[in-house]
Design a protein around this ligand. Structure first.
Ligand code: XUL
Length: 512
C-alpha cells in the first residue's frame, strides 16, 4: 500500500501549529512541522498573546478573523514548502476550548469578537444556569462539569442578555474548533463530544444536547447550535480552493476537537491509568476514564474523549504566562530560569508562591493577585522556584479526585522541553516524567485522529494502540526520575500549600 499523508492543525490561544505525518505500512513518522504566533503573524489584529486588550481583566476576547487568516497563512506556507501532498488523505484539527464564534445567516460574524477560555466575566450567568437546573451537583452529573465562567453556555447567556439584537441576528454559534473546520470544508461543520462537553450544554451520557440546559441558557438556542457527531466522523472534504493551494486531492476532513481531548491521543492516553500534564498557556492534568467519574469537589470535570471514552481534567489559567511573568520580572531567559531552579533546593526553604497573576480557575480565585508566604519579591531564585513548585503542587493537589496514581507522567506543552521544570514535577508527584519526540500533543493528536478517522472511513480501521505507537509513546530515554528525599519534602509541603491556599481563599491569610 502506498504511504498516506495526514495533516493535523492546532489553533491555540497564542498561535497556530501544523504537523504533517506519513504513514507507511502502519508506521508513522513526522514529515513537516510549522508554528506561527498570532501576535507576530497577524499584527494588524493587535492581540497580545493572542488576546485583545480589554479594560475589564475578567473579559478575554479574540478575533475570529485572525484565526482564519492564520489558517490561510499556514496552508500557504505548507503549499509552498515543497512537500509532496499528492497522497494527503485526511486533515483534522484541535483548538482552544470553550471559545465561541457567532455567525449570521450569511455566515458573516454577528459578533466581531469571540470570548475565549480565559474569560471569567460570567459569574452571574453561571449562578442563573446552576439555579435553573437544580444546582451544581445536577449540572456536573449531567454535563460532566459544574458551571464554569469560561464555558460556552454561560458565555452565550451573557451575550444574549447584553446584546439581544446581535444575539437575535445570530443563526449559528460555533466553537473555535468547528468554526475552523467549517473553513476547511467551506460549509457548516458539526461539533463532536470532546469539545461540546466544554459548554455546560451537552448530556455526557447521550452525547447530544441536554434540552433543559439549552432552554436554561438562552432563548431560541437549540436552532443556533451545530449538530454533535461522533469524534471520528468525516465531516466533508477539503474545499477546492484549499486543494488548489496545496496541490492535493480532496482529502477527508475529520471532525475537529478541543486541544485537551486531542492531547489525549497525542500523549498516548489510550488506556486508563495513564496521566498527562500539559504545560502550555493553560496548565492541565488529564487522564482517560472508561466511565465518567465526576469531581464532587468541583475543581475538575469530565469531557468526552476522542476514543469514545471520557477524560478527567483539571485546568489552571496561570500556566506559561505566569512562568514568563516571573522570568521577565528578573530579566532572565529560560537558561537563567533553569540556573535559578538548580541553585535552589526542593522545598525552597518553605518559601511559597500562589501565582494568581490572572483570576484563577483552580482554585476559583476571582480577584487576581500573587500571594507569597515567607518569600521576598526581590529574591530572584526563590521566586523562580516558588512559581514552579506552586504550579506543580497545585496540579498534584487538585488532581487527587481522578484517583489515578501513575508511575509515569506524560509531559507535553511548550515548557515540557525544560528538564529542570520537569524535575520539580517528578519530585512533587513522586513519579517518573517522560517527554515526547513531538512536543505539541494537541497538534500531533489531530494528525493521528485524521489517520484513525480516514482508516475507519476507508473500511480498514486501525486501533488506537497502533495509531499512537510510533509518535505518541513517550520516549524511554532520558526519563526524569524523582529524588527520594525531594519527594519526601514535597509530601509535607503539599499539605502546607493546600492549607495556605484555603486560608488565602477565605481571606484569613495575610499577604507577606
Ligand atoms: C480547558 C481550558 C484550556 C483551553 C486552552 O478547559 O480551558 O485548557 O482549552 O486552550
Amino acid at each position: 500500500m502506498a504511504p498516506n499523508v495526514y495533516l493535523g492543525l492546532d489553533s491555540s490561544t497564542q498561535g497556530l501549529a501544523a504537523v504533517l505525518i506519513r504513514v507507511d505500512a502502519g508506521r508513522a513518522e513526522v514529515l513537516w512541522q510549522h508554528d506561527l504566533e498570532f501576535d507576530r503573524a497577524c499584527p494588524e489584529f493587535g492581540t497580545i498573546h493572542g488576546v485583545l486588550a480589554s479594560t475589564d481583566r475578567h473579559v478575554k476576547v479574540s478575533n475570529p478573523r485572525m484565526w482564519v487568516q492564520a489558517l490561510d497563512q499556514m496552508l500557504t506556507t505548507l503549499g509552498q514548502s515543497g512537500v509532496d501532498l499528492s497522497s494527503l488523505r485526511a486533515i483534522s484539527g484541535s483548538a482552544q476550548q470553550h471559545g465561541s464564534v457567532y455567525l449570521d445567516d450569511r455566515s458573516e460574524l454577528s459578533r466581531p469578537v469571540a470570548p475565549i477560555w480565559m474569560d471569567s466575566s460570567t459569574s452571574e450567568e453561571c449562578a442563573e444556569i446552576t439555579q435553573a437546573l437544580g444546582g451544581s451537583a445536577v449540572l456536573a452529573q449531567r454535563t460532566g462539569s459544574r458551571a464554569f465562567e469560561r464555558f460556552t453556555g454561560p458565555q452565550i447567556r451573557k451575550f444574549s442578555k447584553l446584546e439581544p439584537a446581535a444575539y437575535g441576528n445570530t443563526s449559528r454559534i460555533h466553537l473555535v474548533s468547528s468554526y475552523l473546520a467549517s473553513q476547511l470544508i467551506d460549509g457548516d461543520a458539526p461539533l463532536e463530544p470532546g469539545d461540546a462537553s466544554g459548554m455546560n450544554l451537552m448530556d455526557l451520557k447521550t452525547r447530544d444536547w441536554w434540552p433543559a440546559a439549552v432552554a436554561a441558557t438562552a432563548p431560541g438556542l437549540a436552532s443556533r447550535l451545530p449538530r454533535i457527531v461522533p469524534s471520528h466522523s468525516v465531516i466533508g472534504t477539503l474545499a477546492p480552493r484549499w486543494q488548489a493551494r496545496l496541490s492535493c486531492p480532496p482529502a477527508r476532513v475529520i471532525a475537529w476537537t478541543g486541544d485537551n481531548s486531542s492531547s489525549v491521543i497525542g500523549t498516548g492516553l489510550v488506556e486508563e491509568g495513564r496521566v498527562a500534564v500539559s504545560l502550555g498557556t493553560s496548565d492541565t492534568i488529564f487522564s482517560l476514564m472508561h466511565e465518567p467519574r465526576v469531581d464532587t469537589g468541583g475543581a475538575g470535570y469530565v469531557f468526552g474523549a476522542p476514543t469514545g471514552d471520557y477524560m478527567g481534567i483539571t485546568v489552571f489559567k496561570n500556566g506559561s504566562l505566569a512562568r514568563e511573568r516571573v522570568r521577565d520580572a528578573y530579566g532572565l531567559d529560560w537558561d537563567g530560569f533553569s540556573v535559578a531552579l538548580r541553585s535552589t533546593p526542593p522545598g525552597n526553604h518553605g518559601r511559597l508562591m500562589f501565582p494568581w497573576f490572572e483570576p484563577e480557575i483552580t482554585p476559583h480565585v476571582p480577584g487576581a493577585g500573587v500571594r507569597r508566604v515567607d518569600l521576598d519579591p526581590g529574591d530572584m531564585p526563590g521566586n523562580v522556584r516558588a512559581v514552579v513548585e506552586g504550579q506543580m503542587m497545585a496540579l498534584a493537589n487538585y488532581s487527587q479526585w481522578m484517583g489515578v496514581h501513575a508511575q509515569v507522567i506524560h509531559a507535553t506543552g511548550g515548557a515540557a522541553i525544560n528538564r529542570d521544570i520537569l524535575q520539580v514535577m517528578a519530585d512533587v508527584f513522586d513519579a517518573e516524567v517522560a517527554q515526547f519526540e513531538v512536543g505539541n500533543a494537541a497538534c500531533l493528536g489531530a494528525a493521528l485522529r485524521a489517520w484513525h478517522g480516514d482508516a475507519l472511513a476507508a473500511g480498514t480501521p486501525v486501533s488506537w494502540a497502533d495509531v499512537t505507537r510510533d509518535l505518541a509513546t513517550p520516549t524511554s530515554v532520558g526519563r526524569i526520575t524523582p529524588g527520594r528525599e525531594a519527594a519526601r519534602v514535597y509530601a509535607q509541603l503539599r499539605r502546607r500549600y493546600a492549607e495556605a491556599s484555603v486560608q488565602f481563599l477565605r481571606g484569613t491569610h495575610d499577604d507577606d
